[in-house]
Design a protein around this ligand. Structure first.
Ligand code: ADP
Length: 295
């Protein structure tokens, strides 16, 4: 099974011709509220890819919190350890312009209340094959989760997003780090993804750098790096491509598949998701991923 320790956010998305400059007001065309957050997105991706998934996190005591929890449960994610914290849910305020560019403010809300783990969380992590982590919860909780998993022999997969400096204690408890190109550059100060992956191998044993339409790059200590191409597809919406990739990757790794095979499966899942509009709603189910890879 997979356990996700991570964020839930309600995405509040306004579509405009051109984003407003400071001090300016513009009239938008459309508004949508979409359940999201990196943690929740990875949980949904893994559940759709066919794993038993449980989520540790926090929603707020508001209408968004109810919807965020419902959305996870609807995808089959176990929410028994998803807290309802006082105050508002996490929100992401997103302005999308006609060029597809976006500007985003994330307000952590309830996510910010999850600063430590309890015995129930540790007992759940003990049952997992893989623990998925990102950086939209307080670092103290993310680090506690990774350290607990490491102690229990549970594989840890960290998406270092949003990019920020990582404490050594967290890196030391990370088995697989999965940055995108920008995060890899931010973490290392090295722009070239190959060189950045090499640099990251000094801190963690395995790294996958995702490269958008160019696929992904796998590097492990003591082995030659492997580039995994992405299927050539017509992308209409790449929102949450990385979360789809990581969710599916965790499922394949949890089933004991070797990393190169797991990466091909994750790439197929992410390629399916970018061909459809939406974030978690565009994530593929297991049968679709298998069909996409069938000869
Ligand atoms: P993020 O969404 O975190 O920025 P990437 O853009 O690197 O991450 O995308 C993650 C993965 O999704 C890629 O490694 C690739 O497998 C897949 N992907 C993203 N964009 C495309 C695309 N245009 N065509 C095919 N696959 C894609």
């Amino acid at each position: 099974s997979i356990v996700v320790l991570g964020s839930t956010n309600m995405d509040l998305v306004a579509y405009v011709a051109e984003a407003p400059a400071r001090g300016e007001t513009v009239t938008g065309r459309e508004f949508r509220t979409v359940p999201g957050g990196k943690g929740a997105n990875q949980a949904v991706a893994a559940a759709r890819a066919g794993a038993d998934v449980a989520m540790i996190g926090a929603v707020g005591a508001d209408d968004f919190g109810v919807r965020l929890r419902d959305a996870l449960e609807h995808s089959g994610v176990d929410t028994d350890l998803l807290r309802t914290a006082e105050g508002p849910s996490g929100t992401a305020h997103i302005v999308v312009d006609d060029d597809g560019g976006n500007a985003i403010v994330v307000v952590p809300g309830a996510n910010g209340t999850l600063t430590s783990l309890d015995h129930g969380d540790e007992a759940l992590i003990a049952t997992a094959d893989v623990l998925l982590l990102q950086l939209e919860l307080p670092l103290s909780a993310v680090t506690a989760g990774a350290v607990t998993a490491r102690r229990l022999g549970v594989r840890t997969v960290l998406t270092p997003a949003p990019a920020q400096p990582l404490p050594d204690e967290l890196l030391a408890a990370t088995d697989l780090l999965v940055p995108n190109e920008h995060e890899a550059a931010a973490l290392t100060g090295v722009a070239d993804p190959h060189a950045a992956a090499e640099a990251l191998l000094r801190k963690v044993p395995e790294v996958v750098v995702t490269l958008g339409a160019a696929g992904s790059l796998y590097a492990a200590r003591g082995a030659a790096p492997v580039t995994v191409p992405a299927p050539r597809v017509r992308a209409v919406d790449t929102t949450a491509a990385g979360d789809t990739f990581v969710g599916a990757l965790a499922v394949a790794l949890g089933e004991g598949r070797p990393v190169p095979q797991a990466l091909a499966w994750a790439s197929a899942a992410a390629a399916l998701s970018v061909q459809r509009p939406g974030a978690s709603s565009s994530m593929p189910y297991r049968a679709e991923i298998d069909a996409a890879l069938a000869p």
